[in-house]
Design a protein around this ligand. Sequence first.
Ligand SMILES: N[C@@H](CCC(=O)N[C@@H](CS)C(=O)NCC(=O)O)C(=O)O
Length: 220
Amino acid sequence: MIVLHHVTQARSFRTLWLMQEMGLEFEVRQWDLFGKSMRGAQFKALSPAARVPALEIDGRVLFESGAITEYLVETRPECGLGREVGDEERADWLQWLHYAETIGQHLANLSQQHIALRDPAMQSPIVMKLEALRLEKVLEVVDRVVTEQDYLLPSGFSAVDVNIGYGVMMARHFVPAGRLAALEDYYKRLVARPAFALAKARDGDTLLYKEAFYAPPKEG
Ligand SMILES: N[C@@H](CCC(=O)N[C@@H](CS)C(=O)NCC(=O)O)C(=O)O
């Protein structure tokens, strides 16, 4: 049985959603991002940097959500969600897969500022403001592409829409929803997918992001 080690709303949602899109059977084990157990030996044996996702699959454990996406679609090509070497969309597919972590980097910085650093004295208003602007800039790149087509690749939905789509969803906590019109429509298309709803139902309810929107601090 495939086992996904997951934290509600974390990057492991990418793997959860993708496996629902692929129609795979799997178990979800929930962890607490701020608890001690993720730093313990049992979890570190699965994920040496103590991060999620970690995926027990095919007799081994994999970490890194981008690598997991690639592994899943390559070992189960019948899902049609990857683009194999030689496919004319392969280069774009890879580019979007890794661009998801460019979005992820700003999300991580903003999450650290707004959520992990609970004491306001430790937060940096300038970092919060700058990172929200930089997040919006990287989203504009996605917005431009989905102005022309429904999904990131001309041929339609693929696994990279999952990895990027997770970022688009989480970015709504820091960049006002609807600011980029085509991106908003893209988001609506993604959340209307039956597999997204199935993944959401298994995401868990211990929310990391308790607010729908974290505004940057006011000037002065
Ligand atoms: N690039 C990695 C990042 C994994 C990652 O940083 N996950 C976060 C949750 S979104 C985590 O587990 N953080 C725990 C920590 O930083 O201690 C991936 O995509 O899998």
